[in-house]
Design a protein around this ligand. Structure first.
Ligand SMILES: [Zn+2]
Length: 177
């Protein structure tokens, strides 16, 4: 390595070192910067958000207050006004993520109709239904077609989770026996 190259390398290293130290001394500024310039490091931001859920919530709350017509604020309003559609969207998103059959087919109306078949009650224990169960779980290759969807209470849905094949003693199992 020539002396000139050596000097340039030293200089570059010195600058890198300077920035490293600055970042160490100013973690808040770094976090704020990375939040603003999100395409620079989306993986870092995802991690930061996961590590700082209360900061994220606080930020979106303030944002919604300052900008009542912003997207998150409008979204929240819409979700409150359209609980069934909002649930259906969330389920469709999960189905797409799992790449399930029927992921683009099932509508909120389909799901409402499926709930009606079970009188809006949990198909396992008969309590008031609060969520839609994928009878054959998405994680086990279950489809997002209406035939695989039934209303369930959150408790049964949690207990059932991704168990498959489904236990034969459904009712006894649903009430925890
Ligand atoms: Zn139940």
């Amino acid at each position: 390595m020539t002396t000139a190259t050596q000097t340039a390398t030293d200089k570059a290293e010195y600058i890198r070192e300077y920035h490293r130290n600055w970042r160490k001394a100013n973690p808040e500024k770094v976090a704020a910067y990375r939040l603003c310039y999100k395409d620079s490091s989306s993986a870092y931001i995802r991690k930061w958000k996961a590590d700082n859920p209360e900061r994220v919530r606080e930020h979106s709350r303030k944002h919604a207050e300052l900008h009542p017509e912003s997207r998150p604020a409008r979204q929240k309003k819409w979700m409150q006004a359209n609980p069934e559609k909002s649930r259906a969207r969330c389920q469709a998103r999960k189905a797409r993520k799992a790449n399930a059959d029927g992921k683009h087919y099932t509508t909120a109306e389909n799901i409402i109709a499926r709930w009606a078949v079970y009188d809006n009650k949990c198909w396992m224990c008969g309590a008031k239904a609060l969520c839609t169960d994928h009878v054959k779980p998405l994680s086990k290759g279950g489809a997002h077609y209406p035939a695989n969807l039934r209303p369930s209470c959150t408790s049964c849905n949690c207990k059932k989770a991704s168990k498959w094949p489904f236990p034969t003693t459904i009712k006894a199992w649903a009430v925890g026996q």
